[in-house]
Design a protein around this ligand. Sequence first.
Ligand code: CU
Ligand code: ZN
Length: 183
Amino acid sequence: MRIRSLVSAALTSSAVVAVATIVASAQGPSMPMETPTKAVAVFIPTKGSSVMGTVTFTKVDQGTRVMAELTGVPAGKHGLHVHEFGDASSPDGKAAGSHFDPKMAKKHGDPSKKDVRHIGDFGNIEAKDDGKAMYDEVYPDLPIEVIVGHGVVIHEKADDFSQPVGNAGGRLAVGVIGVAKGK
Ligand SMILES: [Cu+2]
Ligand SMILES: [Zn+2]
């Protein structure tokens, strides 16, 4: 919008065409698309929580390897999902929105059962008594470029795989998935 008004006010019509061509080539389909091979989300604890750690998404031959290493997690199972928004700004974690569903599956699910589900339904991550929790799974159907910019949430309770979002309660931490340096 601003480019167009500046151009028409200040330049001749041939220059307008030249500038328009440059703008079109910068924004159009000829711009090379970046396909990241690695992404990372750093968890930010919600109010009252002390969950910290990272989740990494790495391209491997079989798909995308999802690895999490967290500390400060209450013992037991906790739902882990990709959410709509890469927004960790609210103290309750709700700015991350609901489950990210780019394929319009409209169904929450259990990844171990390979059923139709939201793309980032990772099931549960389990913490031991020392508050440490690890996760390491490979998903064949999780392109990194689709989830970059979105959020990842660890929940208060276990995901019981019920509809619509697994009944996992409040949010302990939210991370924003960003492009990381590949190998
Ligand atoms: Cu969730
Ligand atoms: Zn879901």
